[in-house]
Design a protein around this ligand. Structure first.
Ligand code: FAD
Length: 288
């Protein structure tokens, strides 16, 4: 289908994009990679009258390490995340996750910020941002604020983001002992069930675990029951297997669609939780 008519402006800087968004009085819609927005426009599920293109703002892209914190600009395309030496060295789970997204065309156009703002229930990054306890940095023309990933994702395609705000970056403390495992839809590679696990281990004990789940419910959530079961355990495959059995047991309204039934998804949540935990354990072994 052909989208409804719209005007188009290209922003040259973050300030320019914020000014254009503010001047549009609610009519403006940001476009980055266009890989989620354009399909919606073609289906006429979204009918913006003004597109503000933020795909060519240099400051919005890039991956940086400063004072032990990693920052990824919202305009960074998935391919650059997947191939980042900084991420591969300090927090490989993020690069691994980006490498599983879609196909080369999607990875070379789609952006981190676009994925987080769109919040598709089957998107990969949200699970990882939850496991890393990431901060999502937002700017409007009048203010800046920071939202934790656990507060950002709220419902299907619904996040804590005002129409006049732009996601500028995500920031997180790197975790090496972290891994992402997904059962993916064969055509698009979106997650049917995707689990990201990050472990904090010291002196032979799991001090804390953070586990993010995507694909299975309306929006990405933490598997807090599994996290609680792991805290204080030795970091063994057996402990992880036992804790993973609990995954999803407290979740209601599991998604069911043409790709996988509710029953199948529910059965796969513990399976992929265990795989993500085993992947995190393997990194722990390499690390120590
Ligand atoms: C064939 C195909 C396969 C895919 N497979 C996967 C997959 O396996 N896993 C996966 O996770 N995703 C997948 N995707 C989605 C892909 O990752 C998209 O690139 C991503 O979801 C949206 O990023 P974008 O830059 O294209 O955003 P756009 O489509 O440009 O924008 C999406 C939404 O985000 C808003 N937005 C964009 N940037 C910002 C910003 N900085 N601040 C605030 N709002 C912003 C826009 O206004 C719009 O509402 C797939 C897409 C396609 C077409």
């Amino acid at each position: 289908m052909i989208p409804t008519a719209f005007d188009y402006q290209r922003a040259t800087s973050l300030d320019d994009a914020l000014a254009k968004l503010s001047a549009s009085n609610g009519a403006g819609k940001l476009i980055a990679g266009g890989h989620s927005l354009v399909p919606l426009m073609k289906l006429r599920l979204s009918e913006p009258t003004m597109l503000i293109d933020i795909a060519r703002i240099p400051d919005l892209a890039g991956i940086r390490e400063q004072d032990g914190t990693l920052e990824i600009g919202a305009g960074t395309v998935h391919h650059d995340v997947a191939t980042s030496p900084v991420l591969r060295q300090h927090c490989p789970v993020v690069a691994d996750t980006a490498a599983t997204i879609g196909d080369p065309q999607v990875r070379n156009r789609g952006t981190l910020g676009g994925s987080l703002a769109h919040a598709d229930p089957a998107a990969d990054y949200p699970a990882v941002m939850l496991a890393l306890d990431a901060e999502i940095h937002l700017r409007s023309s009048t203010a800046a604020r920071v939202v934790l990933a656990r507060d950002f994702f709220q419902n299907v395609l619904t996040v804590d983001l005002a129409p006049d705000e732009i996601i500028t970056a995500v920031r997180f403390a790197p975790v090496r002992a972290a891994s992402y495992a997904k059962l993916y839809q064969r055509a698009s590679r979106f997650a049917i069930v995707g689990v990201a696990a990050a472990l904090d281990v010291s002196d032979g004990v799991i001090r804390s675990a953070r586990i993010g789940l995507t694909g299975a419910v309306s929006h990405a959530v933490r598997l807090t029951t599994v996290e609680a079961a792991l805290a204080g355990c030795e970091p063994t495959s057996r402990a992880c297997a036992e804790a993973a059995r609990l995954a999803g047991s407290d979740l209601e309204d599991i998604n069911g669609d043409i790709h996988a039934s509710e029953t199948y998804r529910r059965a796969m949540i513990p399976v992929f939780t265990r795989r993500a935990l085993d992947g995190a354990l393997a990194r722990l072994t390499v690390q120590s």
